[in-house]
Design a protein. Structure first.
Length: 89
């Protein structure tokens, strides 16, 4: 039986400040930074090793043991972000 992965698709409009579903966008030298945490359904168990992908830019980061990720140097714009993990749909 496949488990559901707690995931919010984030359409990040860089320059818009705030937190959305465990993800944050900030401005930094060299471009914008996308950070967040991926958890299993319920939000309590971290998802290590999941791939977080900025689809339009083909930029990917893997989540750490605590479920956190960071993607640096993004050009301000609007993007689709997805998360993939083995055994989850």
């Amino acid at each position: 039986m496949r488990h559901s992965l707690m995931l919010a698709l984030l359409l990040a409009a860089f320059g818009w400040w705030g937190l959305t579903a465990g993800a944050g966008v900030a401005s930094a030298q060299g471009g914008a930074v996308l950070t967040g945490t991926v958890t299993r359904a319920g939000g309590t168990d971290a998802m290590a090793g999941a791939a977080v992908v900025v689809e339009e830019l083909h930029r990917e980061a893997r989540t750490a043991a605590d479920g956190t990720y960071r993607i640096d140097g993004l050009v301000p714009g609007r993007y689709h972000v997805s998360v993939r993990a083995e055994g989850y749909s």
